[in-house]
Design a binder for this molecule. Structure first.
Ligand code: IPE
Ligand code: IPE
Ligand code: MG
Length: 246
């Protein structure tokens, strides 16, 4: 099995994003309720965060709750929000120990006030850390993010702050939740689903995609390493020819 040592430190993805999927099916396979899967997903989050920090990945973004996930049964949504609060509380030490700075993207105001408070506290307490930036996508939807950006830019045009001629990719970037993040280099989705589910549509324009069949609670170091090794074996051409790159 591959370990962190097998990764080429000179060719790391700068920004790794993960769609942590399959908690419900993991639980169902064991004859348990879906929330049992979410509880066990927390361990996979901890390990992945620590492993990425050890590898010195600069940016890790985790899709924890989508705008569409609000449509799930009330009890499941409540459990996910409670897990968020308890995990933030428990993991503050681990984040600090690993010099990790926490941030969040999404409609944070729509989260229960307890979760907002806990999140704000951990973000503020880790704000001086200089290692990896860990971003949690919470009540995040890429289309909503783009809609908000368009609205903000439109207001600035109306108030003569920006001219339409000056709207370019950089301007759009600064109006997204992710304005402080570089584009995604590697996007991983667990659970065998091959879709994006409204995650970082703009930011993954040139990301390398990696899909793996394991359910999120089973995602471990060697799976992460396999994803990064796959990334390191690919040629990223960004529209150019292979010859132009060499
Ligand atoms: C991912 O696992 C966690 C969240 C979306 C919050 P799921 O809960 O989607 O698990 P499956 O896909 O139903 O197995
Ligand atoms: C995507 O997973 C959202 C998160 C992992 C937080 P879903 O399980 O909600 O996605 P769909 O509904 O299968 O596309
Ligand atoms: Mg799912």
């Amino acid at each position: 099995m591959n370990t962190l040592k097998d990764v080429n430190a000179d060719k790391l993805p700068k920004h790794v994003a993960v769609i942590m999927d399959g908690n419900g099916r993991w639980a169902k396979q064991r004859g348990k309720l879906r929330v049992f899967g979410h509880q066990n997903g927390v361990e996979a989050v901890r390990k992945t965060v620590e492993n990425c920090a050890k590898l010195q990945i600069q940016f890790l973004t985790l899709y924890a709750f989508s705008t569409e996930n609000w449509k799930r049964p009330k009890i499941e949504v409540e459990t996910l929000m409670k897990l968020l609060v308890s995990s933030l509380r428990k993991e503050l030490k681990t984040l600090d120990k690993n010099n990790i700075k926490l941030s969040a993207i999404g409609n944070i105001n729509s989260l229960p006030s307890k979760a907002q408070k806990e999140l704000a506290e951990v973000i503020s307490k880790t704000s001086e850390n200089t290692g990896m930036t860990l971003t949690l996508a919470l009540s995040y939807g890429s289309r909503e993010e783009i809609e908000l950006a368009v609205k903000e830019i439109a207001i600035k045009v109306k108030n003569n702050i920006i001219s339409p001629d000056n709207i370019d990719e950089a301007v759009i970037n600064t109006h997204l939740y992710t304005h402080f993040l570089p584009d995604v280099d590697l996007l991983i989705r667990t659970s065998g689903e091959h879709r994006i589910s409204n995650f970082l549509l703009w930011q993954i324009a040139y990301a390398e995609l990696y899909f793996i069949d394991v359910f999120w609670p089973d995602f471990r170091e060697h799976h992460l390493v396999e994803a990064i090794l796959s990334y390191q074996n690919r040629e990223r051409r960004f529209g150019k020819t292979s010859e132009q790159l060499n």
